[in-house]
Design a protein. Structure first.
Length: 287
């Protein structure tokens, strides 16, 4: 004896049936950042030691860890980080000066007021630095090839990136996307649960124009280029890995130079030695 059709199948034509409701993607779980939560997810005491202060939050999703509410320390300085990302997929393997380093650090430079980012390249594993300038800046919209030392920009390898903020966040705020995006910082860790619009970013007016440099030149050691052994001083070309201290310092210096251009003043003296190479020799890095 055949079963009677249910009401949903007997009375609703097949072409008019509603598809099953899709489940809303779950955002990453946010936990308080403590010694008990940081070390298990970062798996590195060196990484935990770079996160200065107490409190804050930590979130983990698809191999990416986000820490907020902690400053970030290099061997030279401490920056008031808004977000610190650790991206397991693109972090260099093996022993090296990159141990314990973050893969993205976003902060607002206190002296210039500009947004800054240190970001690891997803192919070579080297670090890059970026500074976002507002729409009223004299270099807004300039192509990377047009920004030279002649106008007061002296940074490692020269400017290799010049673009508008990358596309806004997805509704699910996937950390794997945010960890590799060059744009403003979100308002708070709670926004990682539900953020639908780019206007939820900290800078509410216009998108920034990002100017940046890359550490992938002939004189730079690139972890992902297949040459695993670190060069020695006796090498014909002594390639050096530019660590987070070097890249953060260059990024802050770039922000100071961009601020001086906006104000029509002379840039303050550099903190550290002159940059290496003002002409890119390996292409444009990420840009």
């Amino acid at each position: 004896m055949s079963k009677k059709p249910t009401k949903s199948t007997a009375l609703v034509p097949a072409g008019q049936r509603k598809p099953p409701a899709k489940r809303k993607p779950a955002g990453p779980a946010v936990m308080p950042a403590t010694a008990d939560t940081l070390l298990p997810v970062l798996c590195s005491e060196l990484a935990v030691a770079k996160l200065i202060g107490t409190g804050g939050d930590v979130a983990r999703d698809e191999g990416v860890v986000l820490v907020t509410g902690r400053a970030y320390a290099t061997r030279e300085c401490i920056v008031p980080a808004a977000e610190v990302y650790y991206d397991r997929e693109f972090h260099p393997d093996g022993e090296g000066p990159w141990l314990g380093e973050a893969d993205k650090v976003s902060w607002r430079d206190e002296a210039s007021g500009y947004e800054c980012i240190m970001l690891r390249d997803t192919h070579g594993g080297f670090l890059c630095g970026y500074v976002g300038v507002p729409s009223d800046h004299p270099l807004w919209g300039w192509d990377k090839g047009a920004v030279s030392a002649d106008i007061g920009i002296e940074v490692h390898g020269g400017i290799t990136y010049a673009r508008l903020c990358q596309a806004g966040p997805s509704p699910a705020r996937r950390l794997a996307v945010e960890a590799r995006r060059i744009c403003h910082v979100v308002l708070s860790p709670a926004a990682y649960h539900e953020v639908a619009h780019a206007t939820d970013h900290r800078v509410q007016d216009a998108h920034a124009w990002w100017l940046g440099f890359s550490c992938d030149h002939a004189y730079d050691f690139i972890p992902g280029d297949g040459r695993r052994a670190m060069p020695t001083s006796s090498s014909e070309l002594a390639r050096i890995y530019r660590d987070d201290a070097y890249v953060v310092r260059e990024t802050i210096t770039l922000a100071a130079q961009l601020r001086a251009i906006a104000d029509g003043t002379e840039a303050p003296p550099r903190d550290g030695p002159p940059p290496i190479g003002l002409g890119p020799s390996r292409g444009g890095g990420r840009g």
